[in-house]
Design a protein around this ligand. Structure first.
Ligand SMILES: *[C@@H]1O[C@H](CO)[C@@H](O)[C@H](O)[C@H]1NC(C)=O
Ligand SMILES: *[C@@H]1O[C@H](CO)[C@@H](O)[C@H](O)[C@H]1NC(C)=O
Ligand SMILES: *[C@@H]1O[C@H](CO)[C@@H](O)[C@H](O)[C@H]1NC(C)=O
Ligand SMILES: *[C@@H]1O[C@H](CO)[C@@H](O)[C@H](O)[C@H]1NC(C)=O
Ligand SMILES: *[C@@H]1O[C@H](CO)[C@@H](O)[C@H](O)[C@H]1NC(C)=O
Ligand SMILES: *[C@@H]1O[C@H](CO)[C@@H](O)[C@H](O)[C@H]1NC(C)=O
Length: 469
Protein backbone atom coordinates (compact mmCIF):
# COMPACT_ATOMS: atom_id res chain seq x y z
CA UNK A 1 0.00 0.00 0.00
CA UNK A 2 2.85 2.36 0.45
CA UNK A 3 6.05 3.54 -0.97
CA UNK A 4 7.77 5.40 1.74
CA UNK A 5 11.50 5.13 1.39
CA UNK A 6 11.66 8.86 1.07
CA UNK A 7 15.37 9.17 1.50
CA UNK A 8 15.81 7.41 -1.81
CA UNK A 9 14.02 10.16 -3.64
CA UNK A 10 17.12 12.08 -4.39
CA UNK A 11 17.66 9.82 -7.38
CA UNK A 12 19.16 12.10 -9.96
CA UNK A 13 16.86 13.29 -12.65
CA UNK A 14 18.17 12.26 -16.00
CA UNK A 15 18.74 15.23 -18.24
CA UNK A 16 16.72 15.59 -21.37
CA UNK A 17 13.68 13.77 -20.08
CA UNK A 18 10.27 15.27 -20.60
CA UNK A 19 8.10 16.72 -17.91
CA UNK A 20 6.28 13.46 -17.43
CA UNK A 21 9.24 11.26 -16.75
CA UNK A 22 10.71 13.91 -14.52
CA UNK A 23 8.24 12.73 -11.97
CA UNK A 24 8.70 9.04 -12.51
CA UNK A 25 10.58 7.77 -9.50
CA UNK A 26 11.65 4.32 -8.54
CA UNK A 27 10.16 5.16 -5.20
CA UNK A 28 7.66 7.96 -5.64
CA UNK A 29 6.80 10.03 -2.57
CA UNK A 30 3.21 8.93 -2.37
CA UNK A 31 0.85 7.46 0.19
CA UNK A 32 -1.88 5.23 -1.17
CA UNK A 33 -4.94 4.38 0.87
CA UNK A 34 -7.84 2.12 -0.03
CA UNK A 35 -11.18 3.92 0.12
CA UNK A 36 -14.07 1.66 1.00
CA UNK A 37 -17.75 2.18 0.35
CA UNK A 38 -19.63 1.58 3.51
CA UNK A 39 -23.14 1.78 4.84
CA UNK A 40 -23.40 3.59 8.11
CA UNK A 41 -26.16 4.36 10.50
CA UNK A 42 -24.16 7.07 12.18
CA UNK A 43 -25.05 10.68 11.68
CA UNK A 44 -22.26 12.40 9.95
CA UNK A 45 -21.53 15.81 11.38
CA UNK A 46 -21.58 17.76 8.23
CA UNK A 47 -24.64 16.13 6.80
CA UNK A 48 -27.06 17.61 9.23
CA UNK A 49 -29.68 19.92 7.95
CA UNK A 50 -32.14 21.46 10.32
CA UNK A 51 -34.77 21.65 7.64
CA UNK A 52 -35.11 17.97 6.90
CA UNK A 53 -36.14 14.93 8.80
CA UNK A 54 -32.98 13.43 10.19
CA UNK A 55 -34.60 10.02 10.32
CA UNK A 56 -34.24 9.89 6.58
CA UNK A 57 -30.52 10.31 6.71
CA UNK A 58 -29.87 7.26 8.81
CA UNK A 59 -28.61 4.95 6.14
CA UNK A 60 -25.82 6.86 4.57
CA UNK A 61 -23.35 5.44 2.16
CA UNK A 62 -19.90 6.75 2.82
CA UNK A 63 -16.40 6.30 1.51
CA UNK A 64 -14.10 5.52 4.39
CA UNK A 65 -10.35 5.26 4.93
CA UNK A 66 -8.52 3.55 7.77
CA UNK A 67 -6.20 5.52 9.99
CA UNK A 68 -4.74 5.13 13.45
CA UNK A 69 -4.33 7.72 16.17
CA UNK A 70 -2.18 7.62 19.28
CA UNK A 71 0.52 5.50 20.88
CA UNK A 72 -0.16 2.61 20.89
CA UNK A 73 -2.21 3.10 17.71
CA UNK A 74 -6.01 3.15 18.00
CA UNK A 75 -7.71 2.23 14.69
CA UNK A 76 -10.49 4.26 13.05
CA UNK A 77 -12.45 4.16 9.82
CA UNK A 78 -13.16 7.73 8.81
CA UNK A 79 -15.33 9.15 6.07
CA UNK A 80 -13.09 10.64 3.40
CA UNK A 81 -14.38 14.11 2.68
CA UNK A 82 -13.08 16.52 0.07
CA UNK A 83 -15.82 18.92 1.14
CA UNK A 84 -14.48 19.65 4.62
CA UNK A 85 -11.09 19.96 6.25
CA UNK A 86 -10.93 18.68 9.82
CA UNK A 87 -10.24 15.20 11.09
CA UNK A 88 -12.82 14.27 13.71
CA UNK A 89 -13.13 11.11 15.77
CA UNK A 90 -15.59 9.87 18.32
CA UNK A 91 -14.22 10.32 21.86
CA UNK A 92 -14.47 7.75 24.61
CA UNK A 93 -17.72 8.15 26.49
CA UNK A 94 -19.63 5.46 28.36
CA UNK A 95 -22.90 6.36 26.70
CA UNK A 96 -21.77 6.57 23.10
CA UNK A 97 -20.98 3.21 21.52
CA UNK A 98 -18.58 2.40 18.74
CA UNK A 99 -14.87 2.85 18.24
CA UNK A 100 -13.77 5.89 20.17
CA UNK A 101 -10.53 7.69 20.79
CA UNK A 102 -9.24 7.36 24.33
CA UNK A 103 -6.83 10.20 24.95
CA UNK A 104 -5.84 8.80 28.31
CA UNK A 105 -4.57 5.60 26.69
CA UNK A 106 -2.25 7.44 24.35
CA UNK A 107 1.20 8.44 25.54
CA UNK A 108 1.60 10.94 22.71
CA UNK A 109 -1.67 12.89 23.01
CA UNK A 110 -1.56 16.60 23.77
CA UNK A 111 -4.74 18.54 24.45
CA UNK A 112 -4.95 21.95 22.85
CA UNK A 113 -6.50 25.25 23.77
CA UNK A 114 -10.18 24.53 23.95
CA UNK A 115 -10.93 21.97 26.61
CA UNK A 116 -14.30 20.74 27.62
CA UNK A 117 -13.21 19.40 30.96
CA UNK A 118 -15.89 19.37 33.66
CA UNK A 119 -18.65 18.86 31.14
CA UNK A 120 -18.60 15.13 31.58
CA UNK A 121 -21.18 13.76 33.94
CA UNK A 122 -18.83 11.40 35.70
CA UNK A 123 -16.30 14.20 36.16
CA UNK A 124 -13.65 12.04 34.60
CA UNK A 125 -10.87 13.89 32.99
CA UNK A 126 -11.91 14.19 29.42
CA UNK A 127 -10.23 16.33 26.90
CA UNK A 128 -11.58 17.92 23.88
CA UNK A 129 -12.16 18.66 21.29
CA UNK A 130 -8.77 19.79 20.01
CA UNK A 131 -5.62 17.81 20.45
CA UNK A 132 -2.58 16.48 18.66
CA UNK A 133 -1.33 12.94 18.40
CA UNK A 134 0.45 10.58 16.08
CA UNK A 135 -1.61 9.83 12.98
CA UNK A 136 -0.89 6.67 11.01
CA UNK A 137 -2.14 6.03 7.50
CA UNK A 138 -1.00 3.97 4.52
CA UNK A 139 2.11 2.87 6.38
CA UNK A 140 3.38 6.33 7.29
CA UNK A 141 3.01 8.34 10.48
CA UNK A 142 2.63 12.03 11.17
CA UNK A 143 3.59 13.18 14.66
CA UNK A 144 1.64 15.93 16.41
CA UNK A 145 -1.22 15.84 13.96
CA UNK A 146 -4.09 18.11 14.97
CA UNK A 147 -7.61 16.68 15.17
CA UNK A 148 -10.79 16.87 17.19
CA UNK A 149 -12.35 14.21 19.36
CA UNK A 150 -15.93 14.61 20.52
CA UNK A 151 -18.27 11.98 21.97
CA UNK A 152 -20.88 10.89 19.47
CA UNK A 153 -19.16 12.26 16.41
CA UNK A 154 -18.99 10.14 13.28
CA UNK A 155 -15.38 9.94 12.16
CA UNK A 156 -14.44 12.25 9.33
CA UNK A 157 -11.20 12.83 7.46
CA UNK A 158 -11.53 16.19 5.75
CA UNK A 159 -8.98 16.85 3.03
CA UNK A 160 -10.09 20.29 1.88
CA UNK A 161 -8.46 23.68 2.26
CA UNK A 162 -7.14 24.84 5.65
CA UNK A 163 -9.39 27.87 5.40
CA UNK A 164 -12.40 25.81 6.40
CA UNK A 165 -10.93 23.96 9.36
CA UNK A 166 -12.94 24.66 12.47
CA UNK A 167 -9.90 26.11 14.17
CA UNK A 168 -9.78 28.61 11.39
CA UNK A 169 -13.42 29.45 11.95
CA UNK A 170 -12.96 29.83 15.70
CA UNK A 171 -9.80 31.79 16.01
CA UNK A 172 -8.54 32.37 12.49
CA UNK A 173 -5.69 29.98 13.09
CA UNK A 174 -5.76 27.47 10.28
CA UNK A 175 -3.54 24.50 11.04
CA UNK A 176 -1.98 21.90 8.79
CA UNK A 177 -4.74 19.44 8.04
CA UNK A 178 -4.07 16.11 6.36
CA UNK A 179 -2.81 17.05 2.87
CA UNK A 180 -0.68 19.89 4.24
CA UNK A 181 0.68 17.85 7.14
CA UNK A 182 1.80 15.09 4.75
CA UNK A 183 3.56 17.69 2.60
CA UNK A 184 5.11 19.58 5.50
CA UNK A 185 6.59 16.39 6.90
CA UNK A 186 8.13 15.69 3.50
CA UNK A 187 6.11 12.52 3.04
CA UNK A 188 4.68 13.92 -0.20
CA UNK A 189 6.05 16.80 -2.27
CA UNK A 190 3.08 19.14 -2.21
CA UNK A 191 -0.46 19.17 -0.80
CA UNK A 192 -2.12 17.26 -3.62
CA UNK A 193 -3.88 13.94 -4.07
CA UNK A 194 -5.79 11.89 -6.60
CA UNK A 195 -9.14 10.24 -6.01
CA UNK A 196 -10.43 7.17 -7.85
CA UNK A 197 -13.67 5.69 -6.57
CA UNK A 198 -14.32 3.02 -9.19
CA UNK A 199 -17.83 2.20 -10.36
CA UNK A 200 -21.15 1.84 -8.59
CA UNK A 201 -20.79 -1.90 -8.27
CA UNK A 202 -17.29 -1.82 -6.80
CA UNK A 203 -16.73 -1.60 -3.09
CA UNK A 204 -13.53 0.31 -3.03
CA UNK A 205 -11.31 2.83 -4.72
CA UNK A 206 -8.15 4.63 -3.70
CA UNK A 207 -6.86 7.98 -2.63
CA UNK A 208 -3.28 8.58 -3.64
CA UNK A 209 -1.61 11.39 -1.71
CA UNK A 210 1.25 13.00 -3.63
CA UNK A 211 0.75 11.09 -6.86
CA UNK A 212 -1.17 10.31 -10.00
CA UNK A 213 -1.89 6.78 -11.20
CA UNK A 214 -1.98 6.83 -14.98
CA UNK A 215 -3.57 3.41 -15.10
CA UNK A 216 -6.75 4.71 -13.54
CA UNK A 217 -7.88 7.18 -16.15
CA UNK A 218 -8.53 7.35 -19.88
CA UNK A 219 -7.14 10.08 -22.11
CA UNK A 220 -5.29 13.05 -20.66
CA UNK A 221 -5.63 14.92 -17.40
CA UNK A 222 -6.98 18.39 -17.99
CA UNK A 223 -6.26 21.12 -15.50
CA UNK A 224 -8.78 23.70 -14.34
CA UNK A 225 -8.45 26.55 -11.88
CA UNK A 226 -10.20 26.20 -8.54
CA UNK A 227 -12.73 29.00 -8.10
CA UNK A 228 -12.02 31.15 -5.04
CA UNK A 229 -14.61 33.05 -3.06
CA UNK A 230 -13.41 36.59 -3.32
CA UNK A 231 -9.68 36.08 -3.06
CA UNK A 232 -9.87 33.13 -0.66
CA UNK A 233 -9.69 29.48 -1.65
CA UNK A 234 -12.43 27.81 0.33
CA UNK A 235 -14.01 24.94 -1.60
CA UNK A 236 -12.54 22.44 -4.03
CA UNK A 237 -14.78 23.86 -6.72
CA UNK A 238 -14.37 24.33 -10.45
CA UNK A 239 -16.62 26.07 -12.98
CA UNK A 240 -19.30 23.88 -14.52
CA UNK A 241 -20.16 25.36 -17.90
CA UNK A 242 -22.55 22.89 -19.56
CA UNK A 243 -24.37 19.63 -18.94
CA UNK A 244 -25.59 17.53 -21.83
CA UNK A 245 -27.54 14.32 -22.13
CA UNK A 246 -26.76 11.86 -24.91
CA UNK A 247 -29.30 9.27 -25.90
CA UNK A 248 -30.04 7.12 -28.91
CA UNK A 249 -31.85 10.03 -30.55
CA UNK A 250 -29.11 12.58 -30.10
CA UNK A 251 -27.66 15.00 -27.60
CA UNK A 252 -29.22 17.94 -25.77
CA UNK A 253 -27.14 20.56 -24.01
CA UNK A 254 -28.17 22.65 -21.04
CA UNK A 255 -26.57 25.79 -19.69
CA UNK A 256 -29.34 27.17 -17.44
CA UNK A 257 -27.79 28.73 -14.29
CA UNK A 258 -24.31 28.07 -15.66
CA UNK A 259 -21.44 28.73 -15.34
CA UNK A 260 -21.47 27.88 -11.67
CA UNK A 261 -18.76 26.79 -9.24
CA UNK A 262 -19.33 23.16 -8.28
CA UNK A 263 -17.54 21.45 -5.43
CA UNK A 264 -16.19 18.00 -6.29
CA UNK A 265 -17.33 16.56 -2.98
CA UNK A 266 -16.62 12.98 -1.96
CA UNK A 267 -18.62 13.56 1.22
CA UNK A 268 -21.90 13.86 -0.67
CA UNK A 269 -23.44 10.75 -2.18
CA UNK A 270 -25.50 12.41 -4.87
CA UNK A 271 -25.07 15.26 -7.30
CA UNK A 272 -26.97 18.44 -6.62
CA UNK A 273 -27.55 20.87 -9.46
CA UNK A 274 -29.63 24.05 -9.67
CA UNK A 275 -33.29 23.13 -9.84
CA UNK A 276 -34.07 24.05 -13.42
CA UNK A 277 -30.91 22.46 -14.75
CA UNK A 278 -31.51 19.30 -12.73
CA UNK A 279 -35.10 19.13 -13.97
CA UNK A 280 -33.94 19.31 -17.58
CA UNK A 281 -31.79 16.26 -16.99
CA UNK A 282 -34.47 14.40 -15.04
CA UNK A 283 -36.93 14.98 -17.90
CA UNK A 284 -34.57 13.43 -20.41
CA UNK A 285 -34.65 10.08 -18.65
CA UNK A 286 -38.21 10.30 -17.27
CA UNK A 287 -36.94 10.70 -13.74
CA UNK A 288 -38.84 12.84 -11.26
CA UNK A 289 -38.37 14.36 -7.86
CA UNK A 290 -40.22 12.50 -5.12
CA UNK A 291 -41.12 15.18 -2.60
CA UNK A 292 -41.96 12.66 0.12
CA UNK A 293 -38.55 11.06 -0.01
CA UNK A 294 -36.78 14.23 -1.10
CA UNK A 295 -35.06 12.07 -3.70
CA UNK A 296 -35.04 11.86 -7.45
CA UNK A 297 -36.60 8.61 -8.61
CA UNK A 298 -36.60 6.77 -11.91
CA UNK A 299 -37.72 3.48 -13.46
CA UNK A 300 -34.92 1.02 -12.65
CA UNK A 301 -35.05 -0.17 -16.27
CA UNK A 302 -33.51 3.12 -17.39
CA UNK A 303 -30.18 1.81 -16.11
CA UNK A 304 -30.08 -0.56 -19.07
CA UNK A 305 -30.66 2.11 -21.73
CA UNK A 306 -27.99 3.92 -23.67
CA UNK A 307 -27.80 7.36 -22.06
CA UNK A 308 -24.89 9.44 -20.87
CA UNK A 309 -24.76 12.65 -18.89
CA UNK A 310 -21.74 14.72 -19.86
CA UNK A 311 -20.44 17.52 -17.67
CA UNK A 312 -18.32 20.20 -19.29
CA UNK A 313 -15.83 22.40 -17.49
CA UNK A 314 -14.67 25.07 -19.92
CA UNK A 315 -14.44 22.31 -22.52
CA UNK A 316 -12.96 19.49 -20.46
CA UNK A 317 -15.61 16.82 -20.19
CA UNK A 318 -16.51 13.94 -17.89
CA UNK A 319 -19.08 11.44 -19.15
CA UNK A 320 -21.28 9.65 -16.65
CA UNK A 321 -23.02 6.55 -17.98
CA UNK A 322 -26.65 6.12 -16.94
CA UNK A 323 -25.74 2.91 -15.08
CA UNK A 324 -23.77 5.02 -12.64
CA UNK A 325 -26.84 7.11 -11.85
CA UNK A 326 -29.51 4.52 -11.10
CA UNK A 327 -29.54 2.50 -7.89
CA UNK A 328 -32.13 0.82 -5.67
CA UNK A 329 -33.22 2.67 -2.54
CA UNK A 330 -31.06 1.25 0.26
CA UNK A 331 -34.04 1.58 2.58
CA UNK A 332 -36.56 -0.06 0.26
CA UNK A 333 -39.06 2.75 0.49
CA UNK A 334 -39.92 2.85 -3.18
CA UNK A 335 -42.42 0.88 -5.24
CA UNK A 336 -41.12 -2.11 -7.14
CA UNK A 337 -38.96 -1.27 -10.15
CA UNK A 338 -38.47 2.29 -8.95
CA UNK A 339 -34.91 3.36 -8.26
CA UNK A 340 -33.14 6.42 -6.91
CA UNK A 341 -31.65 8.69 -9.55
CA UNK A 342 -28.28 10.20 -8.72
CA UNK A 343 -28.95 13.83 -9.66
CA UNK A 344 -31.06 16.00 -7.37
CA UNK A 345 -32.48 19.45 -7.76
CA UNK A 346 -30.75 21.63 -5.17
CA UNK A 347 -32.15 24.77 -3.74
CA UNK A 348 -30.65 27.76 -5.45
CA UNK A 349 -30.96 29.96 -2.42
CA UNK A 350 -29.06 28.01 0.23
CA UNK A 351 -25.95 27.08 -1.66
CA UNK A 352 -26.75 23.40 -1.87
CA UNK A 353 -27.21 23.67 -5.59
CA UNK A 354 -23.67 23.02 -6.62
CA UNK A 355 -22.20 19.77 -5.40
CA UNK A 356 -20.89 17.06 -7.64
CA UNK A 357 -20.85 14.11 -5.27
CA UNK A 358 -20.15 10.43 -5.61
CA UNK A 359 -22.56 9.90 -8.53
CA UNK A 360 -20.24 12.18 -10.49
CA UNK A 361 -16.93 11.31 -8.88
CA UNK A 362 -17.15 7.59 -9.63
CA UNK A 363 -16.87 8.45 -13.32
CA UNK A 364 -13.94 10.82 -12.91
CA UNK A 365 -10.30 10.63 -11.96
CA UNK A 366 -9.71 13.81 -9.99
CA UNK A 367 -6.40 15.31 -8.94
CA UNK A 368 -6.92 17.89 -6.21
CA UNK A 369 -3.85 20.14 -6.27
CA UNK A 370 -4.31 22.41 -3.27
CA UNK A 371 -0.79 23.81 -3.67
CA UNK A 372 -1.52 25.28 -7.07
CA UNK A 373 -5.27 25.85 -6.55
CA UNK A 374 -6.05 23.60 -9.48
CA UNK A 375 -8.02 20.46 -10.17
CA UNK A 376 -7.10 18.09 -12.98
CA UNK A 377 -9.73 15.72 -14.32
CA UNK A 378 -9.97 12.81 -16.73
CA UNK A 379 -12.56 10.14 -17.39
CA UNK A 380 -12.04 7.23 -15.07
CA UNK A 381 -10.76 3.86 -16.14
CA UNK A 382 -13.07 1.32 -14.55
CA UNK A 383 -10.77 -1.51 -15.62
CA UNK A 384 -7.29 -0.30 -14.78
CA UNK A 385 -4.32 -2.49 -15.53
CA UNK A 386 -1.10 -2.40 -13.56
CA UNK A 387 -0.43 0.71 -11.52
CA UNK A 388 1.56 3.43 -13.22
CA UNK A 389 2.23 5.85 -10.40
CA UNK A 390 3.88 9.19 -10.99
CA UNK A 391 4.84 11.60 -8.27
CA UNK A 392 3.25 15.02 -8.03
CA UNK A 393 6.16 17.41 -7.68
CA UNK A 394 6.26 21.04 -6.69
CA UNK A 395 5.76 24.27 -8.59
CA UNK A 396 3.28 25.20 -11.26
CA UNK A 397 3.66 22.04 -13.33
CA UNK A 398 3.49 19.73 -10.35
CA UNK A 399 0.87 17.36 -11.72
CA UNK A 400 2.52 15.03 -14.23
CA UNK A 401 0.98 14.74 -17.66
CA UNK A 402 -1.68 17.35 -17.01
CA UNK A 403 -2.53 20.00 -19.60
CA UNK A 404 -4.16 23.31 -18.68
CA UNK A 405 -7.53 23.90 -20.31
CA UNK A 406 -7.23 27.02 -22.43
CA UNK A 407 -9.47 29.95 -21.50
CA UNK A 408 -10.87 28.09 -18.52
CA UNK A 409 -13.13 30.09 -16.24
CA UNK A 410 -11.16 30.95 -13.13
CA UNK A 411 -13.36 33.55 -11.45
CA UNK A 412 -17.08 33.69 -10.98
CA UNK A 413 -18.31 36.87 -9.45
CA UNK A 414 -21.79 36.33 -8.11
CA UNK A 415 -21.46 32.92 -6.65
CA UNK A 416 -23.50 31.45 -3.87
CA UNK A 417 -21.21 30.36 -1.09
CA UNK A 418 -21.35 26.62 -1.04
CA UNK A 419 -22.19 24.44 1.86
CA UNK A 420 -19.03 24.56 3.86
CA UNK A 421 -18.60 28.27 3.93
CA UNK A 422 -18.87 29.34 7.51
CA UNK A 423 -20.54 32.71 7.73
CA UNK A 424 -18.51 35.03 9.87
CA UNK A 425 -21.32 35.17 12.42
CA UNK A 426 -20.76 31.47 13.08
CA UNK A 427 -17.43 32.25 14.66
CA UNK A 428 -19.33 33.82 17.51
CA UNK A 429 -21.04 30.55 18.38
CA UNK A 430 -18.57 28.62 20.51
CA UNK A 431 -18.48 29.65 24.09
CA UNK A 432 -15.71 27.25 25.02
CA UNK A 433 -12.94 29.21 26.58
CA UNK A 434 -9.38 29.17 25.52
CA UNK A 435 -6.23 28.11 27.35
CA UNK A 436 -5.63 25.87 30.27
CA UNK A 437 -6.33 28.62 32.79
CA UNK A 438 -9.96 28.67 31.80
CA UNK A 439 -12.47 26.99 34.06
CA UNK A 440 -15.48 26.31 31.89
CA UNK A 441 -18.73 25.98 33.77
CA UNK A 442 -20.52 22.73 33.09
CA UNK A 443 -23.30 24.47 31.25
CA UNK A 444 -20.90 26.44 29.14
CA UNK A 445 -18.93 23.42 28.14
CA UNK A 446 -21.98 21.36 27.48
CA UNK A 447 -23.32 24.00 25.19
CA UNK A 448 -20.08 24.15 23.35
CA UNK A 449 -20.35 20.69 21.89
CA UNK A 450 -23.55 21.18 19.94
CA UNK A 451 -22.46 24.69 19.11
CA UNK A 452 -19.36 23.41 17.43
CA UNK A 453 -21.59 21.19 15.41
CA UNK A 454 -23.82 24.12 14.66
CA UNK A 455 -21.66 25.35 11.87
CA UNK A 456 -22.45 22.19 10.07
CA UNK A 457 -26.11 22.84 10.62
CA UNK A 458 -25.59 25.93 8.55
CA UNK A 459 -24.50 23.78 5.71
CA UNK A 460 -27.79 23.94 3.89
CA UNK A 461 -26.99 20.53 2.49
CA UNK A 462 -30.02 18.57 1.54
CA UNK A 463 -29.18 15.86 3.99
CA UNK A 464 -31.80 13.48 2.74
CA UNK A 465 -30.33 13.45 -0.70
CA UNK A 466 -27.42 11.43 0.38
CA UNK A 467 -28.53 7.88 0.00
CA UNK A 468 -26.98 6.05 -2.84
CA UNK A 469 -26.07 2.41 -2.73
C1 LIG B 1 -10.19 -1.11 7.51
O1 LIG B 1 -9.83 -2.04 8.48
C2 LIG B 1 -10.76 -3.09 8.62
C3 LIG B 1 -10.35 -3.94 9.80
O2 LIG B 1 -9.00 -4.28 9.72
C4 LIG B 1 -10.81 -3.88 7.32
O3 LIG B 1 -11.75 -4.92 7.41
C5 LIG B 1 -11.21 -2.94 6.20
O4 LIG B 1 -11.18 -3.60 4.97
C6 LIG B 1 -10.29 -1.74 6.14
N1 LIG B 1 -10.81 -0.77 5.21
C7 LIG B 1 -10.06 0.00 4.44
C8 LIG B 1 -10.76 1.00 3.60
O5 LIG B 1 -8.84 -0.07 4.41
C1 LIG C 1 -10.05 18.55 34.55
O1 LIG C 1 -10.68 18.67 35.80
C2 LIG C 1 -10.04 17.92 36.81
C3 LIG C 1 -10.87 18.05 38.07
O2 LIG C 1 -11.37 19.34 38.20
C4 LIG C 1 -8.62 18.45 36.99
O3 LIG C 1 -7.95 17.71 38.00
C5 LIG C 1 -7.88 18.33 35.68
O4 LIG C 1 -6.59 18.87 35.78
C6 LIG C 1 -8.63 19.03 34.59
N1 LIG C 1 -8.00 18.77 33.29
C7 LIG C 1 -7.75 19.73 32.42
C8 LIG C 1 -7.10 19.30 31.13
O5 LIG C 1 -8.03 20.89 32.58
C1 LIG D 1 -21.37 11.19 26.51
O1 LIG D 1 -21.90 11.87 25.39
C2 LIG D 1 -23.22 12.29 25.55
C3 LIG D 1 -23.69 12.83 24.23
O2 LIG D 1 -22.81 13.75 23.73
C4 LIG D 1 -23.26 13.31 26.67
O3 LIG D 1 -24.57 13.74 26.87
C5 LIG D 1 -22.73 12.68 27.94
O4 LIG D 1 -22.65 13.65 28.95
C6 LIG D 1 -21.37 12.08 27.71
N1 LIG D 1 -20.98 11.30 28.89
C7 LIG D 1 -19.75 11.23 29.31
C8 LIG D 1 -19.49 10.35 30.48
O5 LIG D 1 -18.83 11.84 28.79
C1 LIG E 1 -22.13 6.68 -23.75
O1 LIG E 1 -20.75 6.58 -23.44
C2 LIG E 1 -20.19 5.32 -23.80
C3 LIG E 1 -18.78 5.27 -23.27
O2 LIG E 1 -18.12 6.47 -23.52
C4 LIG E 1 -20.27 5.16 -25.31
O3 LIG E 1 -19.77 3.90 -25.67
C5 LIG E 1 -21.72 5.26 -25.74
O4 LIG E 1 -21.80 5.22 -27.13
C6 LIG E 1 -22.33 6.57 -25.26
N1 LIG E 1 -23.73 6.59 -25.57
C7 LIG E 1 -24.31 7.64 -26.15
C8 LIG E 1 -25.77 7.55 -26.38
O5 LIG E 1 -23.69 8.64 -26.48
C1 LIG F 1 -39.68 8.39 -21.44
O1 LIG F 1 -41.04 8.30 -21.74
C2 LIG F 1 -41.32 8.42 -23.12
C3 LIG F 1 -42.84 8.46 -23.30
O2 LIG F 1 -43.42 7.42 -22.55
C4 LIG F 1 -40.69 7.24 -23.86
O3 LIG F 1 -40.90 7.37 -25.25
C5 LIG F 1 -39.19 7.27 -23.60
O4 LIG F 1 -38.57 6.14 -24.18
C6 LIG F 1 -38.92 7.27 -22.11
N1 LIG F 1 -37.49 7.43 -21.89
C7 LIG F 1 -36.80 6.66 -21.03
C8 LIG F 1 -35.36 6.97 -20.83
O5 LIG F 1 -37.30 5.74 -20.42
C1 LIG G 1 -42.42 8.51 -3.44
O1 LIG G 1 -42.02 8.02 -2.17
C2 LIG G 1 -43.08 7.53 -1.39
C3 LIG G 1 -42.55 7.18 -0.02
O2 LIG G 1 -41.66 6.12 -0.08
C4 LIG G 1 -43.72 6.33 -2.10
O3 LIG G 1 -44.79 5.84 -1.33
C5 LIG G 1 -44.21 6.78 -3.47
O4 LIG G 1 -44.71 5.69 -4.17
C6 LIG G 1 -43.05 7.40 -4.24
N1 LIG G 1 -43.53 7.91 -5.53
C7 LIG G 1 -42.94 7.60 -6.67
C8 LIG G 1 -43.52 8.19 -7.90
O5 LIG G 1 -41.94 6.90 -6.74
Amino acid sequence: MRSSCFSLLLISVASGTNALSLHRRDVPAVVELPVQRRHTSAQSLRKRDSTVDLALTNAEILYVVNVTLGTPPQPFSLQLDTGSSDLWVNAVNQTVPGPAFDAKSSSTYTALEITLNDTYVDKSTAFGPYGTDTLGLGGVTIDDFEFESIPGVAGLAGVGYKTITSASAFDKKPYDNLPYALADKGIIKSPAYSLWLNDLRANSGTILFGGVNKAKYIGELQTLPIIPIGSTYVNLAIALTEVSVQGSTGSNSYTTSLPLPVTLDSGTSLTLLPESLANNILNEVNASFNATLQQSVVDCEVANKDYNVTYSFSGATITVGIKELVAPDPQNRLPENTCIFGIMPGSESDGSSALLGDTFLRSAYVVYDLGNNEISIANTNFNPGDDDILEIGTGVTAVPGATPVTSAISILASQTPSSRVVPSSATAIPTATQSSTATPKPSTGAAAIPSINAKYLLSGLAGVGLLMV
